[in-house]
Design a protein around this ligand. Structure first.
Ligand code: WT7
Length: 648
């Protein structure tokens, strides 16, 4: 555990752990006043009643339940009325170096236009709208148009395939899909609209499809269902009055993988989410008016929602967003853009850093990236080796790194260095301390606080403003998933340790959820996708360690009678996964087996599967599975090894 003390960022930053502790304690002692004060930076139509109201079962609470506000108003109108009116909100670059610049005033006008079109299509407060498109300015524009009129957006990452898209449309019964004709990735054309058309074969709720011109290609348009946005867009800029939205009205749904075959529609509210996005943006990124902030995550994930749209815009910051691949046309694309735009804060994932590390620092050295002043990491644990490379070559031993731990469910950053409040000494590989309001702890299996350096489960012991308000369509699952492993606390599903200084070290998932290049992929969801292929009788998916992506899915498949293992079938199954879930879930390998190793109670012995493919010897295996004797585990291991060697 190497310690690196970094320099303070600006004069008003206190490199003092005591200041942070003081603020932290205040937030827990009197949360009502603490969050009221933060909320007062933002605009509310009404501020009636308490800041939060506990509800006893499950132990979470309603935030700003009787207050009224509007996310779109706070991200746009509030700035239009200030000197920020003509400040740049977004710099955008496409893969082929196309460029767009939108000031806050431009963005405001485009959002009003978009909201006007949605209203004309009959969209009302509470309606669900699915948005499926790459990172182009119309993505944040359409999200902000939804929140302006109280419609609930559900952005589906554009790398998902038609079946996954259909499942997400059906779950929340979207009335409208907003998409593009096509897009480019690594120079290759992707027919986005075609994927939507396929998905719509499996859905009934969608009444209209709005198509934005991006690739300028010919697409099929169904009469009375599909409309070009350009043809509905008014030439003037009509003002659309923002709806007055209750604090607990859902603002968006974002689907994420869990431990069952069906993705969960994580639902966020309005008041609490807004306060959390705004507060964390300031506390962690210490954002100011000179910054150009770049969060490299796709807006289709929570990181992009909170730190490429809502957080920075609430704070009145200038953002940079990029549509394409990080190494296209050359491995220095990122460094080239950082230099060109003078980006000051870079927020990315360990997977991306490892990829650049593999290309080598020579690609950085041919650019002047001295504009950077702060670096961030998110999505997976960042190992000290990668942390140090990031610190040395990207941060040039000058920029502090904020390793930010959080989840789709938490709405925003929970554990991280907080240079916007006070910068504590950093330790390479630790996310350091919880943010104000976050009562984090590490529990042992029996629900007691673990001792320093003892591994356990990360839990949050009281509600915080950014907490999810529900799982769409499935309130029961909210309880069973998050509030039942330990009574009265939020269970994160992550392993962690807390060291003697109270610093948190995140150690990865404790459940059957994989982290592939920072994306969450449920093994159960992948297994369900395998089972939907007619040749498959049984499937087990596990995550194999990978030097770049952290984990990659590997599948073990038992075929139905009459089907014979072959290289062609393997390719067919891989394509089946690509076409149902999407390329991000592509298994690295598929092993055909006659049977899966199982415990007496029928549970798949996943750790045996892992030991075999990671080629660990049997010595390791014996202690791996509970419920199973040493002999049984060894036998299962040997048998599996033989099978995967014998079957092509
Ligand atoms: C899971 C949540 C939250 C934005 C991106 C991912 C892992 C996230 C860190 C970190 C170690 C991390 C956890 C968590 N994770 N950040 N800084 N260090 N692990 O959101 O897809 O909801 O995944 O990502 O395992 O539970 P997500």
């Amino acid at each position: 555990m190497e310690e690196i003390k970094t320099l303070p960022l600006s004069k008003n930053i206190h490199p003092d752990v005591n200041i942070l502790k003081y603020i932290y304690n205040k937030s827990l002692e009197d949360p009502e006043s603490f969050w009221r004060k933060v909320a007062e930076d933002l605009f509310w139509y009404e501020k009636n009643g308490p800041v939060f109201e506990p509800i006893d079962s499950p132990p979470y609470c309603y935030w700003f339940p009787y207050w009224k506000t509007n996310l779109s108003y706070n991200t746009l109108d509030r700035h239009i009325e200030s000197w920020r009116k003509n400040k740049v909100a977004y710099y955008w670059e496409g893969e082929n170096y196309e460029k767009k610049v939108l000031t806050y005033y431009d963005l405001y006008k485009e959002v009003n236009r978009f909201a006007y079109v949605l209203k004309n299509l009959g969209v009302k407060k509470g309606d669900r709208i699915t948005i499926y498109m790459p990172v182009i300015p119309e993505l944040p524009i359409s999200m902000l148009a939804c929140t302006r009129i109280g419609a609930i957006h559900s952005v589906v990452f554009s790398g998902f395939a038609s079946y996954a898209l259909a499942e997400r449309i059906n779950d929340c019964q979207s009335k409208i899909v907003i998409t593009v004709d096509g897009t480019f990735r690594r120079g290759k054309l992707i027919n986005t609209k075609k994927i939507v058309d396929e998905a719509l074969n499996y859905t009934k709720s969608v009444e209209k499809v709005l198509v934005i011109k991006r690739a300028d290609i010919e697409v099929e348009m169904m009469e009375d269902r599909d409309y070009w946005y350009d043809e509905l867009k008014p030439s003037s800029y009509p003002y659309v009055e923002p709806e007055r939205i209750e604090g607990i009205h859902p603002s968006f749904i974002l689907y994420t993988s869990g431990t069952t075959g069906k993705p969960k529609g994580i639902t966020h509210g309005t008041g609490g989410y807004m306060v959390w996005a705004y507060f964390t943006q300031k506390a962690v990124f210490d954002i100011n008016d000179k910054d150009i902030f770049w969060c490299t995550a796709d807006i289709g994930w929570i990181t992009g929602h909170t730190y490429a749209v809502y957080g920075p815009l609430l704070a009145g910051a200038t953002l940079f967003i990029y549509e394409g691949a990080p190494d296209y046309p050359r491995p220095d694309r990122w460094w080239e853009m950082i230099e060109a735009y003078g980006i000051t804060i870079l927020y990315t994932s360990p997977t991306a850093i490892r990829m650049h590390m593999k290309y080598g620092e020579e690609w950085i050295k041919c650019h002047d990236i001295s504009s950077l002043r702060l670096l961030g990491s998110v999505g997976e644990p960042i190992n000290p080796e990668v942390w140090n490379w990031y610190y040395k070559y990207v941060g040039q031993e000058r920029c502090p790194i904020v390793d930010t731990w959080w989840q789709t469910e938490t709405g925003g950053i929970m554990i991280s260095p907080q240079p916007g409040l006070a910068l504590v000494p950093l330790k390479a590989g630790s996310a350091t301390l919880p943010l104000p309001g976050v009562d984090a702890d590490v529990f042992t299996e029996d629900g007691k606080s673990a001792k320093p350096n003892e591994k356990g489960y990360l839990v949050i012991k009281r509600p915080w403003p950014g907490c999810l308000i529900g799982i769409w369509n499935n309130h029961e699952r909210l309880k069973s998933q998050y509030y039942s492993k330990f009574p009265n606390v939020y269970y994160t599903g992550d392993f962690a340790i807390k060291d003697k200084d109270g610093y948190f070290w995140l150690l990865g998932r404790a459940d059957e959820v994989l982290k592939v290049a920072g994306h969450r992929i449920g093994t159960a969801e992948l297994e369900a996708a395998f089972l939907s292929h007619p040749a498959v009788a049984e499937a087990a998916v596990i995550g194999k360690s990978d030097p770049i992506k952290m984990q990659v899915p590997v599948a073990f498949v038992v075929l139905r009678p009459g089907h014979i293992p072959s290289p062609q079938l393997r390719i067919e199954l891989i394509n089946h996964i690509k076409e149902t879930i999407g390329p991000i879930a592509t298994p690295q390998s598929i092993y055909f087996v006659n049977k899966l190793p199982k415990t007496r109670s029928g549970k798949i012995m996943r750790r045996i599967l892992l030991a075999v493919i990671e080629e660990r010897d049997t010595g390791d295996v014996t202690t791996l599975e509970d419920e199973t004797s040493v002999e049984e585990a060894k036998r299962a291991y040997e048998e599996l090894k033989r099978m995967i060697e014998e079957i092509p």
